[in-house]
Write a protein that binds this ligand. Structure first.
Ligand SMILES: Cc1cc2nc3c(=O)[nH]c(=O)nc-3n(C[C@H](O)[C@H](O)[C@H](O)COP(=O)(O)OP(=O)(O)OC[C@H]3O[C@@H](n4cnc5c(N)ncnc54)[C@H](O)[C@@H]3O)c2cc1C
Ligand code: SF4
Length: 431
């Protein structure tokens, strides 16, 4: 009896444990398969940059990568690691070292969608002598990498003999790479200026969703010292950038967009929407999001015109015009229309929403039928004043009361610009 008890009870416990484990795994597989299916149905299958590829012949489905991924981009389905939410992967690379059997490789691009990466040497200089690239534009995402590269690139530039130009350096972009580069230029006493097309500091980090948990690593910023952060909220990160601006006062010129670069016999002229700079070197820290396409309508420079939806709450009780015909325009219009008291019009110059997800097309029909949206197809923005906007449709003007305009008309991506000025760019297809 006692022997039976001795062997049977542990055996029963083991069986219960295995059953429980199998049940839990099945539930997890189902959950992950559902996420993958939703991503596939919405066509969200291509990771934006560096991402993991799992070698299925080695993977043993431990799930270590799933637990390590802060963006919930990975899952385990039928005992194998899978990128279930490809567009959420931002290339932390935390999954690769977490894998106990080394089944994960980090690559750029996929066989279907190549990623264009500019060629730079170890000093971050491109094939155009004097033009440097740091941060996400160079292919390496993440705040800590952008900061490190921004500082290193400027330290390399500072070691060069000073030229006879108005500026030793123009830094383009004030995201993490541009902020760190500006501090390094300030510390090295370079004659420099940083131009940023937006009116805010932080680049992509400024556009994170509210309260996003930002995973990073301690960073050393010139003139500031070590910022000992690993996990911070988006808001805390914005306070850090703001503190940097107030303490070190780098020469950042906001709302100034680089529009062209002309190589001179020595150095460059860099053209912006506000003027031109003659400079010996240029550091492009412009990330990969590109420059939003403008409407080209009089009054567009008014601050009420923005090029992406940040917080829908700010549009409560406001008259808002959303312009564009893609998913981002539709989704911005739905979010704003959900705010109490908002009055939303959606203007699109096309005759049909050909490129949007079926789900959004249905939502649009429902919103129009429920009078939540004033849909103005085949219309263009003609004029913007502080409290109104005039559209043209079939040759007739339509004037709307207006407090804000959100333009979602796509953007000009940075790599065509790089190619145009002669910087060598290599397309990577999963390598
Ligand atoms: C949703 C999301 C979540 C993320 N989460 C994390 C995270 O948790 N941890 C992490 O480390 N990383 C995260 N990342 C990645 C990280 O934000 C980027 O790698 C980082 O911001 C890159 O910095 P950057 O300075 O190279 O470029 P960006 O931050 O993109 O800054 C580029 C700047 O250049 C400006 N610019 C562009 N063109 C011009 C022009 N023509 N003239 C003037 N200015 C111009 C832009 O306006 C922008 O301010 C995340 C990214 C996304 C999209
Ligand atoms: S690279 Fe980062 S975001 Fe992408 S799956 Fe791995 S841990 Fe997640």
């Amino acid at each position: 009896m006692s022997d039976l008890f001795y062997y049977l009870v542990p055996a029963i416990l083991v069986v219960i444990f295995i059953q429980f484990h199998l049940h839990f795994s099945r539930k997890q597989y189902q959950k992950h398969a559902k996420v993958l299916k939703a991503a596939e149905e919405e066509g969200l299958t291509e990771p934006p940059s560096l991402h993991p590829v799992v070698d299925l012949s080695i993977c043993m489905g431990s799930g270590a990568c799933v637990r390590s991924c802060p963006e919930k981009a990975l899952g385990v389905i039928d005992g194998k690691g899978v990128l279930i939410n490809p567009t959420h992967c931002i290339g932390h690379g935390a999954c690769a070292p977490a894998c106990p059997v080394g089944a994960i490789r980090l690559v750029f691009g996929t066989a279907k969608r190549g990623i264009e990466i500019p060629e730079v040497n170890p000093e971050f200089e491109t094939n155009l002598k004097g033009i440097y690239i740091a941060g996400e534009l160079g292919g390496m995402g993440l705040i800590r990498n952008a900061v490190r590269q921004g500082v290193q690139a400027v330290n390399n530039i500072a070691a060069l003999p000073r030229g006879k130009f108005d500026h030793d350096l123009v830094i383009v972009g004030a995201g993490p790479a541009g902020i760190a580069a500006s501090l390094a230029a300030e510390a090295a006493k370079l004659s420099y200026v940083t131009i940023e097309q937006e009116d805010s500091l932080g680049g992509t980090t400024y556009h994170y969703p509210r309260n996003k948990l930002v995973m990073t690593a301690p960073m050393k910023l010139p003139l500031i010292g070590e910022i000992k952060v690993r996990e911070v909220s988006k808001e805390q990160l914005m306070e850090i950038w703001q503190g940097v601006l107030e303490k070190a006062k780098p020469a950042v010129r906001f709302s100034e967009r680089m529009e062209g670069i002309t190589p001179e016999t020595e150095g460059f002229t860099i053209r912006t929407n506000k003027g031109a700079y003659r400079t010996a070197s240029i550091l492009l820290a412009i990330g990969r999001r590109g420059t939003p396409r403008k409407l080209g309508a009089p009054g567009e420079e008014h601050p009420k015109v923005v090029y992406r939806l940040i917080e829908a709450e700010q549009y409560k009780n406001k008259c808002v015009l959303v312009v564009g015909g893609g998913d981002s325009a539709l989704e911005a219009a739905f979010d704003v229309a959900a705010e109490p008291g908002s009055v939303v019009a959606l203007s699109y110059r096309g005759k049909a929403f050909d490129r949007v997800k079926p789900k959004n097309r249905q939502r649009l029909e429902d919103a129009v039928a429920a009078n939540q949206l004033n849909l103005l197809m085949d219309s263009t923005v003609k004029n913007i004043t502080p409290d109104s906007v005039t559209l043209m449709r079939a040759g007739e003007p339509i004037e709307l009361a207006n407090d804000a305009i959100i333009v979602c008309a796509g953007g000009e991506l940075p790599t065509p610009f790089l190619k145009k000025i002669g910087i060598k760019v290599e397309a990577r297809y999963g390598t």
